[in-house]
Each structure stands twice: as structure tokens, then as C-alpha cells.
Write a protein that binds this ligand. Structure first.
Ligand SMILES: [Zn+2]
Length: 72
């Protein structure tokens, strides 16, 4: 899918001109943007997973402290 940079209309991948405003579609730029976006999502850190992992670590540490203080 190619988004027209002039009017924002979605056009098919093989379209050379926008179906709405007839502006020439820059397929090379669109492909580069799509690739950058794909790479960004592939290498980007999933922060919600990091937060969940930290919360689990804190809960486990707190449970360990409770167990140790009760045993001793
Ligand atoms: Zn257009």
C-alpha cells in the first residue's frame, strides 16, 4: 500500500499515480519508509515486557525477603 504524500489516500502497491489527486507516487521513498518502520519494530525494545519483568523480579525478591525473615 502506498500513501499519497499530497492527500493521504491509500493506493495499491503497483500504482504509479494517486487515484484521488493523480500526483505521482514516490514508491522508492515509500518502500524505504516501510523498511525503516519494519526494522524499528523488529529491533525496538518492548517496554511493557520490560516493566512486567521488573515487577515480577520485585515480587519474587519481596517474597524471598518474607520467607527469609520468617525462617530466621
Ligand atoms: Zn493523492
Amino acid at each position: 500500500m502506498i500513501i499519497c504524500q499530497a492527500c493521504g489516500t491509500s493506493n495499491p502497491d503497483d500504482a504509479a499515480f494517486c487515484s484521488k489527486c493523480a500526483r505521482k507516487l514516490d514508491t522508492a521513498t515509500q518502500n524505504a519508509v516501510a523498511q525503516q518502520r519494519a526494522q524499528h519494530t523488529a529491533t525496538g525494545i518492548n517496554w511493557s515486557s520490560v516493566v512486567i519483568a521488573l515487577v515480577v523480579i520485585v515480587i519474587v525478591a519481596a517474597a524471598l525477603v518474607l520467607v527469609v525473615t520468617h525462617v530466621l
